[in-house]
Structure formats: C-alpha cells, structure tokens
Design a protein around this ligand. Structure first.
Ligand code: XBP
Ligand code: MG
Length: 263
C-alpha cells in the first residue's frame, strides 16, 4: 500500500516563518497602532503555545496586558491588528528571504511525479500560504495542492484535529492512507487526534517539545548534500527511523507505513 496523500503544516514545516516572519510583522502592526507591545524572540517562543494570530494576541493580553483586554472594543482591535499584521507579513514574504526548508521542494516534486496528492493543513491565514508558495515555488505551485485547509475555516485551531479532519474530508481519503508533516507539539496533537501518522521536522522553537506518537522525528527532510538526522526524543531514543543517506523520499516514507502507529 502507498500513501495516497501528504498533508503539510506550513509555519515551521514548509518554511521557518515564525521568528523572522510572523513575529516582526506582529511587532510592526503593534507599532502602527501606537501600542508599546514588543514580542522578542524568547517571549514569542512562549506565545507560540497558542496557534492562530488572533488567538495568540488574546493569550498575550490575558497574560501581559490585562487592562487592554478589559477595554471595550478589544475584539475589534485584535481583528484590525491581525489584518494589518497579515498585510505586513505578506509584504515580508514578497521581499523574499524566507526560503522553503531543506528537502521540501524536492519531496513535493517527487510526490507530484508519483501521483501522490498534496494538501496543506495550517492554522495560518490562507493568503499567507499562497504568498509563501508563490514566492518560493512560483504561481503554478498553487495548483500542486488539491486541498488548502487554512485559518478560520474551522473555528477550533490546532491542537484540535478539526483542520486535518476538514482536509481529509475534502480529499475524500481516510487517515490511514495519508501522512502528515508537522514541526510542533500542537501540530502533532492535531494530526494524531485526526488518526494521522505524522513525521516531525523540528526547528529552533520546537526541538525540545514532546513528540510522543510521531512516526519519525527529524532535523529536516534532508538534501543529498545536506543530510538530515533523527532527533532523540524522550522515551523513544534509539528506535526512531532515519532515512538512508539522510534524505526523506517517498520510498523511505513507504517503509514507515509498516510502523504506522495503530490509529
Ligand atoms: C502557525 C501559527 C500561526 C502563525 C500566525 O500554525 O500558529 O498562528 O503564527 O498566523 P501552523 P496568523 O504551524 O499550524 O501553520 O496570524 O495568520 O493566524
Ligand atoms: Mg507549524
């Protein structure tokens, strides 16, 4: 049996967008609104426990700006801040400078060549995804993905499984035929709650998170000249599979199917 579809998270998985993409766009939006809120690299790491930009601003206000939260019109302020942040983030993407992570383009192309379907399942706003893909792979790449599940399309964001369930429904496939790619514990929880086998590629914000239940935990997807490696994870240090030659390709992913956790 072969995987029929690969489902990709976006932020942190397709590209390292958080620290130098979303974060400064939030800060710029706060400035434009005359707020003295500033999310530095370490604070942003803490705030990443909440997915979704609007939800993240809420969480921040609850913790650090309780007086702002109590003001009438706070919901509307968050909505406007988020609109501005989305515009500023897309501008950043359009300036280039946020590449796809190693191995992403290679694996997407291989999947296309082999007739394995592609989908996106992300909590971020749809325009952010299309801009990233256009910018890194060209406009035609938007058609590579049969399903784009993004943003507020489902009310409950990751770690809820809803975005994955929505994507599976649109694909018309059952979870056992699909493989998810994630970078974070919240993303893994969402995918596993949707019964999906999940490969993790870590990044600086997520490398110490708990990835129990992932089928593989890797540094990245690897390239022939820059091989990836398996990350040690608590409780499962030595048995995690590592791709031959440090390159995640379809033949290696097929092999994972045998190890796919009981769903
Ligand atoms: C990423 C997120 C998003 C972005 C911000 O989740 O949590 O909230 O940081 O995006 P994923 P918006 O890795 O599942 O894509 O501001 O557009 O919500
Ligand atoms: Mg992510």
């Amino acid at each position: 049996m072969h995987w029929k579809a690969l489902l990709f998270d976006v932020d942190g998985t397709l590209a390292d967008t958080e620290r130098d993409g979303h974060r400064p766009a939030f800060n710029q939006a706060f400035k434009e609104f005359g707020l003295n809120w500033e999310w530095d690299v370490s604070l942003y790491g803490e705030l990443l426990q909440v997915t979704g930009g609007k939800e993240r601003m809420h969480f921040y206000a609850q913790r650090y700006q309780p007086q702002a939260l109590r003001q009438p019109g706070f919901e509307e302020l968050v909505r406007q801040l988020h609109q501005t942040k989305t515009r500023l983030y897309m501008q950043r993407l359009q300036q280039g400078g946020i590449p796809l992570r190693p191995g992403v383009q290679r694996l997407l192309q291989e999947a296309r060549a082999q007739g394995v379907r592609l989908a996106v399942a992300t909590t971020t706003t749809l325009e952010n995804v299309t801009t990233l893909l256009e910018q890194t792979l060209g406009r035609a790449a938007l058609d590579w993905f049969q399903v784009m599940a993004a943003g507020d399309i489902v009310p409950a964001k990751k770690p809820a499984p809803d975005i994955y369930l929505w994507a599976l429904d649109r694909l018309g496939l059952s979870a056992r035929d699909c493989l998810a790619f994630e970078d974070s514990e919240n993303g893994l929880k969402a995918a596993r709650a949707a019964q999906l086998a999940t490969v993790i590629t870590v990044n600086d914000y997520t490398r110490d998170q708990d990835f129990t239940g992932a089928i593989a935990v890797l540094s990245d997807l690897g390239e022939p000249n820059a091989p990836c490696h398996a990350m040690a994870t608590p409780g499962k240090p030595s048995v995690l599979p590592t791709p031959h030659h440090g390159v995640v390709d379809l033949s290696w992913l097929e092999g994972l199917q045998a190890e796919s956790p009981a769903t």
